[in-house]
Structure formats: C-alpha cells, structure tokens
Design a protein around this ligand. Structure first.
Ligand SMILES: Nc1ncnc2c1ncn2[C@@H]1O[C@H](COP(=O)(O)OP(=O)(O)O)[C@@H](O)[C@H]1O
Ligand SMILES: Nc1ccn([C@@H]2O[C@H](COP(=O)(O)OP(=O)(O)O)[C@@H](O)[C@H]2O)c(=O)n1
Length: 207
C-alpha cells in the first residue's frame, strides 16, 4: 500500500513520514528533494530557473536519482551526493519557480512512479496527481508562525524572515498543494512529532 502525506512547507511532512514508514517497516519518499535537486543543478549551471527546456537538458544529461533510505532520503548525481546542498536558502527561494514548470513536474512524477512500492510518499501532490490510488492519504497543516519557529532550528535566518519566506512559498505552491478530497487533514500545531505520527497511524485502514 502507498500512504501519502502532503502538506504546506515545514508542516512536518518528512519527519512524520519517516516515523510512519519506520512503524510500517517500509521506506519513505521525499518528492520535494527532486524539485530541490533540479533547482540546485539549474543554479549551478547558471540557467534561468524559469527556462524549462534548459533545466530538462541539465536533468537529462546527468539525471539526479532519489534514494529513499529509511534513515533519510538522499539524492545522487552519479557519485556526487547532492543532499547536503538541497536545503540552502538559495534553493528554498528558487524551488517554487522550478516546480511550476509542467515539464519538470512530469520528470519528477516519472522518477517517483518508477520506485519500488510500497512506501510512504510525502510532498504536495502525492495524494492527488501522482498516487491518486493511494490506500491512505493525509494532509498536514500548521500556522506559518509555528512552522517558522520549527524551521528556525535548521536555518541561519531569523524567525520573521523564515516565516515570510514560507508564506511566499505557500503562495507560489498553491496550485499543486490542494488536499486530496479523501485526505485526512491534521493540524499539527498543538501536537508533538510523535503525536502526529500516532494520529497518522491511527488513521490508517485496518489490515
Ligand atoms: N509536531 C511537531 N512538533 C514539533 N516539531 C516538529 C513537529 N513536526 C516537525 N517538527 C520539526 O519541524 C521541522 C520541519 O519538519 P519537516 O519534517 O522538515 O517538515 P517538512 O518536511 O514539511 O518541510 C523539523 O525540525 C522537525 O523536527
Ligand atoms: N510534491 C511536491 C513536492 C515539492 N514541491 C515543490 O518543492 C518545494 C520543496 O519541497 P519540500 O517538500 O522539500 O519543502 P518543505 O515543505 O520541506 O519546505 C516546494 O516548495 C514545492 O515548490 C512540489 O511542487 N510538489
């Protein structure tokens, strides 16, 4: 079975997916890492991030590959591990422009659909566009302030700047961030990480 966990930026998707996947004994798949890898490679090549043709040429020349390890997903380009460079503020601020390109979305979706199942998939459109047949779907939310405070432990910027950047990214990501009609929506604001993992596990269909 595929379980999808979508939600807004820094709502807890990857940490919750890791915990749920561990409890189920399956890998998890962080789709956002592929959009981040496309952005990083575009930045490094000096291409205009809105230029789909140039980006796809980069992606096809030396395709990044997602490795959905249970201990944390990694992205490789040949022997180079791109993962440590994917969460910079530079990638944060360019990624939504790249993710708006239909050609890049099709490239990411093809990578995801080729992965061996089962798994927990997290992102924005896992339960809608990519795996509409998933056996259980969740959508995580929390206020921008709560999310910015959480992310502040992982970024050098002040919490106000992080909050503004998250709100702007939510705005740019609106189109692909609609919850699936059959998703269970969880406001994670008042919950611990383990509390959210438990809520997802409690929401799974019984075997
Ligand atoms: N319910 C929670 N309570 C407190 N901190 C959380 C919670 N969920 C996630 N976090 C923390 O918030 C940060 C962002 O979580 P992450 O899983 O990276 O979100 P996303 O994948 O949605 O961007 C991480 O530091 C994570 O440990
Ligand atoms: N399924 C997905 C996943 C990510 N994305 C894009 O990729 C960006 C980074 O996603 P992410 O999941 O790594 O970001 P965070 O939510 O962790 O901040 C998002 O801001 C979206 O622009 C997307 O469009 N569709």
């Amino acid at each position: 079975m595929i379980v999808t966990i979508d939600g807004v930026a820094a709502s807890g998707k990857s940490s919750v997916s890791a915990g749920v996947a561990q409890a189920l004994g399956v890998p998890y798949v962080s789709s956002g890492l592929l959009y981040r890898a496309a952005t990083l490679l575009g930045l490094e090549a000096g291409t205009d991030l809105g230029d789909a043709r140039a980006l796809l040429t980069c992606l096809e020349a030396a395709p990044p590959r997602l490795e959905p390890l249970a201990s944390g997903n990694r992205v490789w380009q040949g022997g180079r591990d791109l993962t440590p460079d994917l969460h910079s503020s530079r990638v944060d601020s360019g990624v939504s422009v790249v993710a708006a390109l239909p050609g890049v979305r099709a490239w990411v979706d093809a990578q995801l659909r080729a992965l061996p199942q089962p798994f927990v998939a997290e992102g924005r459109d896992m339960g809608t566009a990519v795996f509409p047949q998933a056996g259980a779907k969740f959508y995580l939310t929390a206020s921008p302030r709560v999310r910015a405070e959480r992310r502040a432990s992982e970024r050098p910027e002040e919490v106000d700047a992080i909050e503004a950047a998250l709100v702007e990214r939510d705005r740019l990501d609106t189109l692909q961030s609609v919850p699936a009609e059959d998703a269970q929506v969880i406001d994670t604001g008042g919950l611990s990480l383990q509390g959210v993992i438990d809520a997802v596990l409690a929401g799974l269909p019984r075997a």
